[in-house]
Design a protein around this ligand. Structure first.
Ligand SMILES: Nc1ncnc2c1ncn2[C@@H]1O[C@H](COP(=O)(O)OP(=O)(O)O)[C@@H](O)[C@H]1O
Ligand SMILES: [Mg+2]
Length: 531
């Protein structure tokens, strides 16, 4: 038997057409088809002349598929799940609906595959279920509201200088093992407080094309830190068929939209879209789409742009929100305004090449980028964020006032430090002002270092950044900065909780600043430093 790759579809068609002549009328062929070829999770189908791209189809065995390719004499579809039950010659029928996933609130705490089936051995997922299409047009601009609420990551360097707003798309980009996943996980862990306070930001972690063992570790981490009750993990590992891997981010988006459009907040992590692109390339080559640059199909940009467009902050007005375009029938009655879907896509670069095809595509689609660098990582600057080139184009609007006030100074000081840093190597000949600037920069860099799984509350962030930019740490030995930070936070928690509450609520005036300063001096005195 010839295989998929050595027989041209038109040859197969001609062959089969003779054999099938009379089996199905041309009228029947509008709704039905016959499998010509099957392999690698892909089926090529004769018939289905009226089928639409993105439509769900059903094979004789009950297995479902999604139509991706409409050609003149055949239809290309990906088989969802195992393709072993689909055989050449099997009948196929149209289901007259766009491919979709059945979403349930009970998915929270669960690990599922892109078809919505549980992978965690904790039994079936309970309903009620809401059908949410994998592919859905993003909300139009009249249903959106500009980003205005912060999505706190709990990571000082990000919340202070590259702030993320709810509804934003912020790319995390860097080589392998630079801490990309770590940032995403910390951001999820940091939502625990919101969940416990009854203002949840539901998290969807899409593990896409990673090793199964890595995914298992991530799930274990989320469980260990109590993040699973508000998190859904959608997983398609490197050993799953390519169609499932490329579908996984779409499954996550469909779930996220359910929360977004029912007036809730959700955060979705795509870890990572480089691997989704590779899976899509594989599927496309199997479907014989013409390969373009780096062998990716021509619509690879569109694959990522229509995915990331779905991140949005929805207008607060319920009545307007109910008019939203392309709302799925299943949850129309539940629609409310005010929800959001924030997306953190991850892209893995090769040797820092951010100018490669897929990285530049995704950079151009997102509202900002967090660049991670191996040399910083290896120098012990963790998170290894290059704050000089990382940006958030919209998140600043979402920062609380006190943070804006202290962070503006931080950015400036760090930029000056980076400029002078190169000269520091030449040593002694620098004037005192320059030296002071360099010493301050060193301490600020130290202040922004943060171990994994130790997210920092926004009010604590404001307090410690204030101490750094006010110059209170200039005389503190660099290696004591961490100790200071810990003691300072403990000191403030013990004696100044009302002040911290005010900061959290968006207040910071001069009187409060002088209280912070006094507290810092007390702690510094304990460390043997007189300011
Ligand atoms: N802030 C950090 N402090 C200490 N170790 C970190 C930090 N961030 C990441 N790591 C460690 O670095 C390694 C690589 O991180 P990971 O997030 O898996 O990288 P990537 O997703 O970029 O491949 C992991 O072992 C992780 O625990
Ligand atoms: Mg990773």
């Amino acid at each position: 038997m010839k295989t998929l790759t050595d027989l041209r579809p038109d040859e197969v068609t001609a062959l089969l057409e003779q054999q099938l002549a009379g089996q199905l009328s041309s009228k029947e062929l509008e709704e039905m088809g016959i499998v010509l070829q099957v392999g690698d999770g892909i089926a090529r189908i004769y018939g289905l002349t009226e089928v639409e791209a993105g439509e769900m189809i059903e094979f004789a065995s009950g297995a479902k598929g999604i139509v991706l390719n409409l050609e003149e004499d055949n239809v290309g579809a990906v088989i969802m799940g195992s393709s072993s039950s689909v055989h050449e010659g099997d009948r196929v029928k149209r289901l007259h609906r766009t491919a979709s996933i059945l979403v349930s609130e009970k998915m929270l705490g669960r690990v599922i595959n892109p078809l919505g089936e549980p992978l965690d051995g904790k039994g079936p997922i309970e309903g009620p279920f809401y059908e949410s299409p994998y592919e859905r047009k993003a909300p139009g601009v009249i249903f959106r509201r500009p980003v205005h609420q912060p999505l706190q990551t709990g990571i000082k360097a990000i919340d202070a200088m590259i702030p993320i707003g709810r509804g934003q798309r912020e790319l995390i980009i860097g080589d392998r093992s630079t801490g990309k996943t770590a940032i995403a996980l910390d951001t999820i862990l940091n939502q625990r407080e919101n969940y416990e306070r009854g203002e949840p930001v539901y998290c969807i972690y899409v593990a896409c094309g990673q090793k199964a063992s890595t995914i298992a570790q991530t799930v274990a981490t989320l469980e260990k830190y109590g993040a699973m009750p508000y998190t859904i993990v959608v997983a398609a590992s490197a050993s799953d068929p390519a169609p499932l891997v490329f579908l996984a981010p779409y499954a996550g988006a469909a779930i996220g939209e359910f929360f977004r459009d029912t007036g809730r907040h959700a955060l979705i992590i795509y870890d990572d879209l480089s691997k989704q692109a590779a899976a899509y390339r594989e599927v496309s080559l199997l479907l014989r789409r013409p390969p373009g640059r780096e062998a990716y199909p021509g619509d690879i940009f569109y694959l990522h742009s229509r995915l990331l467009e779905r991140a949005a902050k929805i207008i607060d007005d319920d009545a307007v929100a109910r008019q939203m375009n392309n709302l799925p029938e299943s949850f129309k009655p539940l629609v409310k305004g005010g929800g959001s879907l924030t997306a953190l896509p991850i892209i893995e670069t090769q040797a820092g090449d951010v100018a490669a095809y897929i990285p530049t595509n995704v950079i151009s689609i997102t509202d900002g980028q967090i660049y991670l660098e191996p040399n910083l990582f290896n120098a012990g600057v963790r998170p290894a964020i290059n704050v000089g080139i990382s940006v958030s184009r919209v998140g600043g609007a979402a920062q609380i006032k006190p943070m804006k006030r202290v962070a503006g100074r931080l950015k400036l000081e760090l930029a000056q430090y980076r400029e002078l840093e190169a000269f520091a190597k030449f040593g002694s000949d620098l004037d005192p002002a320059t030296l002071r600037q360099i010493e301050r920069g060193r301490r600020l860099v130290e202040l922004l270092k943060q171990p994994q799984y130790q997210t920092v509350k926004v009010e604590h962030q404001v307090a410690v950044i204030f101490a750094g930019t006010r110059g209170l740490l200039d005389k503190l030995p660099v290696e004591k900065v961490r100790t200071f930070e810990e003691q300072y936070i403990r000191y403030l928690e013990a004696g100044h909780r009302p002040l911290l509450d005010k900061i959290r609520q968006g207040q910071l005036d001069e009187a409060m600043e002088s209280t912070l300063e006094k507290a810092a001096k007390e702690v510094l005195a304990g460390l043997g430093v007189q300011v």
